[in-house]
Write a protein that binds this ligand. Sequence first.
Ligand SMILES: Nc1ncnc2c1ncn2[C@@H]1O[C@H](COP(=O)(O)OP(=O)(O)OP(=O)(O)O)[C@@H](O)[C@H]1O
Ligand SMILES: [Mg+2]
Length: 243
Amino acid sequence: MTSEDIVVCMKDISVAYGNFAALYDINVDVNRGDFVGICGPNGSGKTTLLKAIIGLMKPITGALALFGEKIEDNIPKELRYRLAYVPQITDIDRNFPARVIDVVEMGRYAKAGLAKPLKKEDKEKAMDALRLVEMDYMAERPIGHLSGGQQQRVLIAQALASEAEVLLLDEFTSALDIHMTEEVMELLDFLNHTHEITIVTVGHNLEILKAYCNRIICINKIIAFDGSSKDPKLDEVINRVFH
Ligand SMILES: Nc1ncnc2c1ncn2[C@@H]1O[C@H](COP(=O)(O)OP(=O)(O)OP(=O)(O)O)[C@@H](O)[C@H]1O
Ligand SMILES: [Mg+2]
């Protein structure tokens, strides 16, 4: 494995909001091809961890490297667009004036730049991404008219349209019922296996994470567990951290 294949390397990272430390001494390597599930109680720093990876939160100590390149200050654009952050959707305005395809095409602007009109190739890539998540039949519909699970698929398509190699998803399951959650996890599993996309997903349903992820990271300001989802010690750690 080359250092390029360590897509995220966090070394001794601590992150704080003002005087409040949200994460301490985080040491995590995410390898290309990983399907990582991140769990931990409310307020344990899961979202902060994702924000630290994409440069929205700057660590107060420690070092971050992406794709083998040490990040000194801001993440260079050419590295940043290789990562896509899929936020939790709970509140897309029902009247939001964009069609599904418009939302997916926004993923292309990450590369093309906002000022330039999209080329035919960009539009094709957006449509390909929508096809991959099986939402192409919805392309012309207003995004606000879709169900939570369908909107989640569209946001994943937006990330795919940007040709990101790493998807970081924050608790997308909280808006979805168990059936939709499994459907989206199946989609992530498919993207992970057939398109070699590295997945890091925060989730609160541990059974679901264990079923799909090859690796679980349990955090509670520190890393309480980082290992195989089949590790027999995992349940004991989870019980300790959540109680
Ligand atoms: N913008 C902020 N300003 C100050 N403190 C913050 C801010 N964002 C988060 N925190 C604090 O940092 C800690 C970690 O928050 P974070 O959002 O990372 O937790 P989380 O594990 O994602 O929680 P949840 O499961 O509720 O989404 C919490 O104690 C929270 O109150
Ligand atoms: Mg969170």
